[in-house]
Design a protein around this ligand. Structure first.
Ligand code: SAM
Length: 402
């Protein structure tokens, strides 16, 4: 597919180039922020799986440069409108020039940058990330245990990995983002499994660095057992919501899990030796959480499942807008398995489609003007995984043309 036809078929790809974003993913984060006000009171952020860096660009523009997008921009507009209603500011009138004046003032207010204090942003990816002003970029594998001390020392220059006994950040962060996606194989279950491993790696890192009250936002692929994952996240966060931004194609299994108000169980310590996602630690934590914060009792609730998804949680029916269900789940073909009759508690997180309804539809093609000129990508990948294949193909065609 040529650049121009991709521009036509993917409005967000085109818009990203026009607005200077390194990837169309920027719109997903902007639309999530529009819905959840993600950047409110945030100054320290970790952006996992960040290459080529469009989410980091959003962070840089909002936190370092102080630009306003989404909800923050509406709030400004709304405040202005209220001030007009209260007579503090001149009301918009039918007089065009005055209206123009007010509109310009509002626009100016939006443009006025209000950089935040003590901003710290650390971005990590397997691929190199082309430098972004004010952002620390690390090339590392988020599933590797060595990445935790690397991240902690980036967040706190005083951190000494050799002498540090714990894994907790001394200067914790407000928000952890993860847009991690594996190279998709097309084998649905395998892709979902690998993606879940990335999510657990991101969650384990988040547990080391988040401050109480912090937020965690991560890409998920909605597979068969995803509602068990929602229940697992509820151990650590007060609110867990699944969100689908308009810029994420409806045809894709992709969605984002938005976890708000980090409140780990009392005494919880992130552990590199026993990361979550393997072993029984999540089960114990669920029981612990249940003891510490008794939720609505349910006589039918039983132990469950195994492996990565090895967990059950008693969710609270008091959670607003959240519905809890239980399902019989057979995990093993073996008739004698004691697990066979277990009940897995699945917890259905609320689902929200976000992004202004007037926003582009990511599944639609748009007619472009006849004189339309396609732009080059803002930042082509530095070392994409397909680079070697492209080089080999070029060498082959050169050799065969001799
Ligand atoms: N949020 C990014 C942006 O806005 O530019 C786009 C992220 S892209 C969809 C997914 C990224 O996940 C890729 O750059 C890939 O290299 C990264 N990734 C996949 N597995 C990873 C791992 N184990 N550790 C670190 N990064 C990983």
């Amino acid at each position: 597919m040529g650049k121009a036809s991709k521009d036509k078929r993917d409005a967000y790809y085109r818009l990203a180039k026009e607005q200077g974003w390194r990837a169309r993913s920027a719109f997903k984060l902007l639309q999530l922020d529009e819905e959840f006000d993600l950047f409110a009171n945030v100054s320290r952020v970790v952006d996992l799986c960040a290459a080529p860096g469009s989410w980091s660009q959003v962070l840089s523009r909002v936190l370092i440069k102080g630009e306003k997008f989404g909800r923050a921009a509406w709030q400004d507009r709304e405040a202005k409108f209220r001030q007009q209603m209260l007579g503090i500011l001149p009301a918009a009138t039918s007089d065009d020039s005055k209206q123009q004046q007010v509109a310009e003032e509002v626009a100016k207010q939006h443009r006025e940058s209000q950089p935040r204090k003590d901003v710290k942003i650390v971005s990590i990816d397997l691929q190199p990330i082309s430098p972004l002003e004010g952002i620390t970029t690390l090339r590392a594998d988020i599933t590797h245990p060595a990445t935790v001390p690397l991240l902690l020392s980036s967040l706190d220059p005083e951190y000494d990995a050799k002498s540090a006994s714990g894994t907790q950040a001394s200067h914790p962060v407000d928000l952890v983002l993860s847009d991690g996606a594996p190279d998709v194989t097309g084998l649905h279950d395998l892709d979902i499994y690998v993606q879940s491993q990335l999510l657990f790696a991101a969650l384990n890192l988040a547990l080391c660095v988040l401050k109480p009250g912090g937020k965690f936002v991560a890409k998920i692929f909605r597979g068969r057992n995803v509602d068990i994952l929602y229940a697992q996240l509820k151990i650590f966060f007060e609110r867990v919501i699944v969100a689908k931004p308009r810029s994420s194609r409806a045809s894709s299994v992709e969605a984002f899990i938005v976890c708000i108000n980090f409140r780990p169980p009392t005494g919880f310590q992130a552990s590199l030796e026993e990361p979550l996602g393997v072993g029984q630690r999540l089960n114990k934590l669920a029981e612990e959480r249940q003891r510490q914060m008794p939720m609505v009792a349910d006589a039918t609730m039983q132990n469950s499942a195994r492996g990565t998804w090895d967990m059950f949680v008693q969710g609270s029916t008091q959670d607003m807008g959240i519905e809890r269900v239980q399902e019989k789940e057979v995990y093993d073909d073996n008739e004698d398995s004691t697990e066979q009759n277990d009940l897995a508690t699945r917890w259905i997180a609320p689902f929200i489609a976000c992004g202004d309804l007037s926003a582009f539809d990511s599944d639609a093609s748009y007619q472009l003007p006849e004189d339309y000129v396609s732009l080059d990508p803002v930042q082509p990948p530095i070392a994409p995984p397909y680079k070697r294949a492209v080089e080999m193909r070029a060498a082959l065609s050169k050799a065969s043309s001799k």
